[in-house]
Design a protein around this ligand. Structure first.
Ligand code: DSN
Length: 397
């Protein structure tokens, strides 16, 4: 690289990534092939529109790249192209979610999603997000005692608020989700226009790799729309996919139009090619083994932390992530202090709110830990036990 300043910074970041223990639940390490596709000449091309309907010439290969990404996405999640459509152009998770609402919910309509504090995402209707400003957002949380979703309460709230769309999606919910119950709840909503049933959108950004690997149940049998980022457990580049059911309401056409021309111009073809590479990698037996190991590793890490006296939100985990209550009602340390101390010792986590949060998002009561990245580097349960003991030594006052 001729630009030495940037080259040096890339080298430093690469070295940093190699030298730390990375427990950020939403990060991972992509393959060299994914990196090659990202850094390819595809970045030079404008391809506004969709395959075979472009606004620019010279898109013979762009169409092939986009079609391949789409067919690999459907195949990976065992979806029939007759029943499901996938959009691969959304630039990342937040614009993907925004596109779904823009396509399916009239402005001023109602979206219902989990609050950020209890484990949702900004784009599930938080007041600082466009999703909480353009639409009426109803937020649900977890049961304060079990720290799990209370489906009965959710049903009552949905019946009362009549959301156009219900979002089952999470960034800090460590437990399995009952998508069948979400479907029943969505179906029980009587919309003001008289139409029975809210749409169910599943945002599986965090768990897509676990679904692909067959370790946790697929949301597809129950959802109208499924969004996901591609860079977390799925181990691809930073991007997103929007799957939508091909039904009589033709939701998929509305969503496609919301992505382009509604929200975006030209798609990032290099990113789409890199997604296609990652989707192929995720369809291998090696990836299935990886996904299984991720869940085993999180359990090992969490069990050991519990044994050492740390409170794990909801009592444990079924997935790639867990929440540690480091504050423990004032007996421990704040999430910020925990995260800072760990970083100094080479363990990277993020501070995180916990259900019933009493502190602030900038200095909350807990940390979120995840094992997708370390599992990619070959870590097993015994390594996790060592990491848990190290965390304990660093955090204990
Ligand atoms: N920021 C991501 C996460 O860390 O979960 C979600 O967008």
């Amino acid at each position: 690289m001729k630009d030495k300043e940037i080259q040096k910074l890339i080298e430093k970041e690469t070295k940093r990534q190699k030298s730390v223990i990375n427990l950020i639940a939403s990060e991972n390490y992509v393959s060299q092939d994914v990196l090659k596709a990202l850094g390819s000449e595809l970045t030079n091309k404008y391809a506004e529109g969709y395959s075979a309907h472009r606004y620019y010439g010279g898109n013979e290969f762009s169409d092939k790249v986009e079609n391949l990404a789409k067919s690999r996405a459907l195949k990976l999640f065992k979806l029939s192209p007759k029943k499901w459509h996938v959009n691969v152009q959304a630039l990342s998770g937040s614009p993907a979610n925004l596109a779904v609402y823009l396509g399916l919910v009239p402005l001023g309509g109602t979206i219902m999603g989990m609050s950020l504090t209890d484990g949702g995402h900004l784009t599930h209707g938080h007041k600082v997000s466009a999703t909480g400003k353009f639409w009426k957002a109803i937020q649900y949380g977890v049961d304060p005692k079990t720290e799990r979703i209370d489906y009965e309460k959710l049903k009552k709230l949905a019946k009362k608020e009549k959301p156009n769309i219900i979002v089952a999606g999470f960034t800090a919910y460590p437990r399995l989700v009952d998508y069948k119950k979400f479907r029943e709840i969505a179906d029980s909503v009587r919309l003001p226009a008289g139409r029975q049933g809210a749409s169910l959108m599943v945002d599986m950004s965090h768990t897509a790799g676990l679904v692909a690997g067959g370790v946790i149940a697929s949301p597809f049998p129950h959802a109208n729309v499924v969004t996901t980022t591609t860079h977390k457990t799925l181990r691809g580049p930073r991007s997103a996919l929007i799957f939508s059911r091909i039904d009589e309401r033709e939701l998929y056409k509305k969503i496609d139009r919301a992505v382009f021309p509604g929200l975006q111009g030209g798609p990032h073809l290099n990113q789409i090619a890199a997604v296609a590479v990652a989707l192929k990698e995720a369809s291998t037996p090696a990836f299935k083994k990886y996904a299984k190991q991720v869940v085993k590793n999180t359990k090992a890490l969490t069990d050991e932390l519990k044994r050492l006296g740390w409170r794990i939100v909801s009592g444990g985990t079924d997935t790639h992530l867990a929440l540690v209550d480091t504050w423990m009602g004032g007996k421990g340390i704040s999430g910020k202090e925990a995260s800072d101390r760990l970083e100094k010792a080479g363990i990277i986590v993020n501070k995180n709110t916990i259900p019933g949060e009493t502190r602030s998002p900038m200095d909350p009561s807990g940390i979120r830990i995840g094992t997708a990245a370390e599992t990619t580097r070959g870590s097993k349960e015994r390594d996790m036990i060592k990491i848990a003991r190290k965390i304990d030594r660093i955090l204990r006052v």
